[in-house]
Design a protein around this ligand. Sequence first.
Ligand code: PLP
Length: 476
Amino acid sequence: MNDAAAYRATGLRYPRFKKHFTEFIGIGDNGHLWVDGLDTVALAERYGTPLFVTSENQFRHNYRKFRDAFQKHYPGTVEILFANKSNNGLAVRYIMNQEGAGGDAFGHNELYLALFSGVDPKKLVLNGSNKGVKEIEMAVANGVCINIDAMDELDLIEAAANRLGRDVDVGIRVKLLLEALASRPGAAFHGVGTIAAQARSHKWGMTFDQTVELVRRIQGMPRLKLKELSYHLSRMDNKADDFAIMARDLVDWSAQIRDKTGWTPPYLDLGGGWAWGRPEGHGPGGVDTDEVASFDAYASAVSAAVQEQCKKHSLPLPGLKIEPGRAIAASTTVTLGRVGAVKEWPGVKKWVNVDCSTNHLIRVIIAHWHYHIVAANKADVPATESVSIVGPLCSQDEIGQARKLPPLVRGDLVAMLDTGSYAESTGARFNAELMPATVIVNGDAVDVTTERERISDVIGRYRVPPRLIAGSFAGS
Ligand SMILES: Cc1ncc(COP(=O)(O)O)c(C=O)c1O
């Protein structure tokens, strides 16, 4: 891989495969799919299926590559805040902490998990459109910056700060108009409309006038320290220029807000939504294609836009916060499923049933259909068939349509690549299915980082009111 040479210096040990899908995932000499130093066929036998297999070093590699791109191009401070929602396994958070990453947390539990992992609270931001008192208090108590996203949220924050006797950093999540994207078609995932129309219709962000009002009110609240304006271009596009348009608009808002209030944002938080791709042309379909901008292209375009607009408005260069989720997490993980019944309607369609389901990949599928499917135990056998990979649910449960794969039989193993973001963290339990286990691999070391769910985890939450028990048996 091209990147490997550059990153060897960092101490990560890069495996060599017959064919690489990513730096740490590829086809080994035995023709099986490997994650770093381990054969996925052996992992499936040892830990069972369905199974998420994550490469620790791919996480580290992706993070470093993303961070380095922005640090190379931007002359000011850059903080990378991993979007915890994309993969909120606790072990992943530890990896990100070791790398020095901050985090974007949504809601009480994500914030709790991040703090529990020992991340520096000053590197976290709390986002959310309807924050509750509990999570606001936790943020204030721990010194986490809160991005305000409702007018009366400000009162809740001030009350918490006064109650706890603590100062609190705050930002404001804004609703940019993105005029320059008003004629560009939006992502199918978000429904109809242009990128600008889709972005405006989201629940997120405060209008310009509301932002000015918030700033003025905060200026009269001694415990609140204004730190940033934030915007998240939500999974709209994969072109670097569009992110530069967003960054330009955000600097323009900063200048207008300064003119009205005298406050200049020390930080701009540019959110997530950075698409990702892979050089082999295995880039995901839908929004994420193999034509996706590189991290370097994003960083260069955004950095130039911020510098240019700051100069134009005589603004000091702000620090940047960036919240990548999928760009770091997606390519780190494969989901393994064991083949069961194989069924054919001759000449029409062939279905290969596996034991993992859309429950485990739901958001990956809804958002982009973007993962690649490989026969893990026959990874270098020519793909001579076009099959539909389906799971066991009573819905259509189609995990992959018309996927090119070698002939598969019961007992074979398939791997859904690129399922490290929004798979485990959005898993569902339709048909009372149990959630898979996750293992994290580093070289030839492997550890379970999420235990496989048990039936007691599912039925343990159910209650049957005594009157229903009585109604079932008494008098029968
Ligand atoms: C505020 C915010 N930041 C970052 C992200 C991460 O987005 P992505 O995984 O597309 O980079 C999200 C995703 O929903 C988000 O809402």
